[in-house]
Design a protein around this ligand. Sequence first.
Ligand code: GLN
Length: 299
Amino acid sequence: MKTRILVKDGEYRLSSAGCMDAKIDAEELFCYLTSMDRVQLFLRAEEEVDPETERKYMELIARRASRVPLQHITGQQEFMGYKFRVTPDVLVPRQDTETLVTEAARIIQQRPKKKQGFMSRLRGSADTTVLDLCCGSGIIGISLAKICSDIRVVCSDISQKAVDLAADNAKDLRAKAEFVCGDLFGALSPKPYKEMKFDMIVSNPPYIKSKIIPMLQAEVKDHEPLEALDGGRDGLDYYRRIVAEAADYLKPSGWLLLEIGHDQGEDLRKLLKDSGRYTPAEVIKDLPGRDRVVKCQRK
Ligand code: GLN
């Protein structure tokens, strides 16, 4: 069978199964199987596919048609131009989260750099410290470590499997970051971190309302870790805890940047205001124009 016909058949099967991006996924799976890129796929569309590849491709399509996320099949997802490993132990990286990373990187890069002595430059001691809470696969902290030079990044997560995966991602991408496991700020109780104050805390915590979860698409509700999604009755459980404690771990004027659901901007603005410990929060929109990030500074 010709490549073009086979991939079209794959697309048809995926869209019949209710998969959202059937065409993209059918092409991605063929590229994954044959190690082609999309340009090669286009140029070689009229070539015959051997029966063994055809059989293997149809197996992949059947898995995806059973609503296993594409990224669980390929084991990877690109984020900010970097390739991250993904497993069912972590949330699949969403493009939405690039809004948070872009804004955080902008703030870090605009910070006036302290003058460092020759020896501390030699040791590579970073003058800006960043904490990524609920790091999952590590996309936020690791991307910041790649984009911004001279920062010290600490990533934490309650799941040891997530922390291990994030550490593997940092190694693959040659990013300098440290990883600790624990429940939010509880992860910072070991010695070197106990006394640390950060210039910035970033987080994409679980924020979906519990009762919404059964209504999410099958890929998310049946395959992604519930503990990375469920933000409690009103979706704000983790924000309440983060807002209550973050100021204790921030330097004066240190930044707090949180990803939020598109309808949580006002709730977050109020939570932050009521705590009395932060400057008025600004809500930042994602590319499609929905509220996606809140940012403020410790007073
Ligand atoms: N944005 C994710 C989703 O829509 C949820 C991310 C989260 O809860 N942190 O599935």
